[in-house]
Design a protein around this ligand. Structure first.
Ligand SMILES: Cc1cc2nc3c(=O)[nH]c(=O)nc-3n(C[C@H](O)[C@H](O)[C@H](O)COP(=O)(O)OP(=O)(O)OC[C@H]3O[C@@H](n4cnc5c(N)ncnc54)[C@H](O)[C@@H]3O)c2cc1C
Length: 480
């Protein structure tokens, strides 16, 4: 089977590795990732020298994980997918990041609102290895995955080409998809595939091939953008001593900070939000203006760490937050969407990367399982592929929707509010942390729901419920 993955971000690279690990060896599989961007050579510690005049092109800063700075937290459920994939890779991701065992919540007025463990130990089986949230530079996670692919499967696995469009050939039984792209010299090329996986992020070309230009399936800019960067300084004790990520809320917005790597690397990672009503404004804006806006917004906040970051750190990434409409399906006839291409989540969920990792695991295991089952051994690959795409959506869509809906509810907490609402917010956060049972009653047992979900169990159940599975051998090589 010939598989093309469009996009070598977190979803695309993880899918590549899962497919390589799980696809049955009784037939040959040829898998290529097409990625439009080369990795930037600059790493975080030298960031301020990278654009000393600060007149960087924000278009470039917001385009691709390959070059976008900023950071993220990989939740225990995402880390577990990496552990399942390869313990070596999991440990490398941990080693390049910062294991944030706690989230600390603060108010802009200086109040300490509480501390929460990020561990999944309380909700997992006794024998399961413990996972905590790993704070990482976006680029660090991306580079670790990329290096692992190159070491295991060679440079050829990832080709640097920008995919332009997909065409479906109805006259061919195999290799029915044609992928048109531009190479780095700007030459047009075409490649053929049985399966195209659209892991090309929120502005997906593959999604356009499935849904056309229909406005109702296009992402909408939320009016808020994530901004952030890294400040080269000693990691403050609140982070180092508590092994914590700090989230601070105030009447005029939100600010977060953590270590973005091992403490010794002195990468104080920070993130906040920046509001502009249109994307056009974002592209025109100078990072110095963002810094100025941040220092105005946070000037009355009683946290010297934020004061230091805002006065001294460069804004290195701006990442528009998109509202993705719910799609009626995530693919058909040999084309499937995963990760942000299918469902960009609000950053408030902290689940974008982790859900992309779960997608990659579920789709790969499912495809491998279906290919492996006897009845599909005889069936043309294309039936199996289309079956996998359909069941994939049935498994993943309800989970992602629950997370997305909760994110939308919480998203408003980062916006500007008046003094009464501000103090109400402090009390509310304090109550939720002090009395977790209130949180569970209001928001459900979020940790259990996020960290106890099992890809294999969900696949098993979906196949059990599925008509096509009737009479098929229950015992499986892959999902137990
Ligand atoms: C402000 C902000 C904060 C966030 N914080 C968190 C967090 O704390 N925790 C978390 O888990 N998630 C977080 N996320 C979300 C997370 O970054 C994404 O969900 C995750 O990166 C999705 O991965 P992906 O591979 O689907 O998409 P992407 O990372 O966008 O990768 C898509 C890839 O496809 C490539 N590409 C695009 N078009 C083409 C084309 N035509 N041809 C070839 N290649 C192409 C791009 O260059 C890119 O490399 C945050 C997001 C934002 C915006």
């Amino acid at each position: 089977m010939r598989i093309i993955i469009v996009g070598g971000g977190i979803a695309g690279m993880s899918t590549y590795l899962h497919l390589r690990k799980h696809l049955p060896s009784h037939s040959e599989h040829d898998i290529t990732i097409y990625e439009s961007h080369r990795p930037r050579s600059i790493v975080s510690s030298s960031r301020s020298q990278a654009h000393p005049n600060q007149s960087v092109n924000l278009n470039a800063l917001s385009e691709s994980t390959a070059i976008v700075g900023g950071g993220l937290g990989i939740s225990p459920n995402g880390m577990r997918v990496l552990r399942d994939l390869s313990l070596g890779l999991h440990d490398r991701v941990v080693a390049q990041g910062f294991p944030a065992e706690h989230f600390i919540f603060k108010g802009a007025n200086g109040w300490s609102l509480g501390m929460q463990s990020t561990s999944d130990k309380a909700v997992r089986a006794k024998d399961d290895a413990e996972e905590v949230c790993i704070a990482s530079s976006r680029h660090g996670l991306w580079t670790t995955l990329r290096q692992y692919i190159v070491e295991e499967y060679g440079e050829e696995a990832i080709k640097h080409k920008k995919v332009l469009k997909l065409v479906r050939r109805l006259d061919l039984p195999t290799l029915r998809l044609q992928v048109y792209m531009l190479d780095e010299q700007g030459r047009k090329q075409v490649d053929n595939a049985d399966l195209v996986i659209g892991a090309d992020g929120v502005k997906s070309v593959v999604r356009n091939a499935l849904f056309g230009d229909d406005e109702k399936f296009q992402p909408i800019y939320s009016g808020q953008s994530g901004v952030g960067g890294f400040h080269n300084t000693t990691i403050p004790p609140i982070i180092a001593d508590n092994r914590a990520m700090v989230f601070e809320f105030g009447g005029s917005g939100f600010f977060g900070y953590s270590s973005g790597g091992p403490i010794s690397e002195k990468q104080l990672m920070w993130w906040s939000t920046f509001e502009t009503s249109t994307l056009h404004n974002i592209k025109a804006v100078d990072p110095r203006d963002i810094r100025h806006a941040l220092s105005e917004r946070h000037k009355h906040w009683k946290d010297p760490i934020i004061e230091d970051i805002v006065s001294n750190a460069d804004v290195e990434s701006i990442y528009p937050t998109w509202i993705m409409p719910e799609l009626p399906h995530w693919g058909k006839r040999g084309v499937v969407l995963i990760g942000d291409a299918a469902h960009a989540l609000d950053p408030t969920t902290g689940q974008g990367a982790s859900q992309a990792l779960e997608d990659s695991q579920v789709f790969s295991l499912l495809l491998a399982e279906l290919l492996d089952r006897e009845c599909y051994g005889q069936a043309p690959d294309r039936f199996t592929i289309d079956k996998a795409i359909k069941v994939f959506y049935e498994i993943r869509h309800p989970r992602v929707k629950t997370i997305s809906d909760r994110g939308k509810k919480l998203a408003g907490r980062k916006a500007n509010v008046g003094i009464v609402k501000e103090y109400f917010m402090y009390c509310f956060i304090w109550l939720l942390i002090k009395f977790p049972s209130i949180g569970k009653a209001l928001l459900s047992d979020v940790n259990r729901e996020l960290y106890c979900w099992s890809s294999k169990e969900s696949i098993r159940e979906a196949l059990r419920n599925d008509r096509i599975d009737d009479g098929i051998n229950e015992q499986s090589r892959l999902i137990g």
